[in-house]
Design a protein around this ligand. Structure first.
Ligand code: IPD
Ligand code: CA
Length: 160
């Protein structure tokens, strides 16, 4: 009846305003952690955060460390993401290994999930698979990419 309908709708209004309050708290908390992720040298692009711990290691070491942390090696899918990673490279003045390689099929560069890359930013003359030994990808201070031996040690940047 009408009284029940009235009770139902006022209950609903209370629930909506409780949710609005919780949402505001969540938004403020999210804004705070975005700042945390960006300090001192992280970068946020859309809903991706690119972060370094300062650790340096070979490709497999870095890959595992990002996975262990609940993320993955930085895998830029467009110019904005590449620029974010480039800024971290600039801040540390150290090239970084990307989550991209052609280990499976020479010349076919893929993300770690096996998907073939759609975006690239190769340095002129790259990838050259020098001495037939370069299956991983480093990004330089200029933002350009070079294929490089996976056994080299590079700065870690994970994406979350
Ligand atoms: C090489 C050069 C080359 C690049 C290779 C690097 P290296 O450095 O920079 O242009 O394509 O990936 O290994 O071995 O001559 O110091
Ligand atoms: Ca190369």
């Amino acid at each position: 009846n009408r009284y029940d309908k009235f009770k139902e709708s006022s209950l609903m209004k209370n629930q909506v305003s409780a949710l609005q309050g919780q949402l505001a708290v969540l938004q403020a908390t999210l804004a705070k952690y975005q700042k945390v992720a960006a300090f001192p040298s992280g970068r946020i692009v859309g809903n991706r955060a690119f972060v370094t711990s300062g650790y340096e290691g070979n490709f497999d070491d870095l890959r595992q460390r990002c996975l262990q942390a609940g993320g993955q090696l930085a895998s830029p899918r467009n110019a904005a993401e590449n620029a974010a990673i480039q800024q971290i490279v600039i801040l540390h003045n150290k090239p970084v290994f990307l989550g991209i390689n052609d280990i499976q099929t020479e010349g076919r560069f893929k993300y770690l999930n096996g998907e073939t890359i759609a975006y690239s930013n190769w340095q002129q003359g790259e990838p050259n698979n020098e001495k037939g030994r370069e299956n991983c990808v480093e990004i330089f201070v200029n933002g350009r990419w070079n294929d490089r031996s996976c056994g080299e040690k590079r700065l870690i940047v994970c994406e979350f």
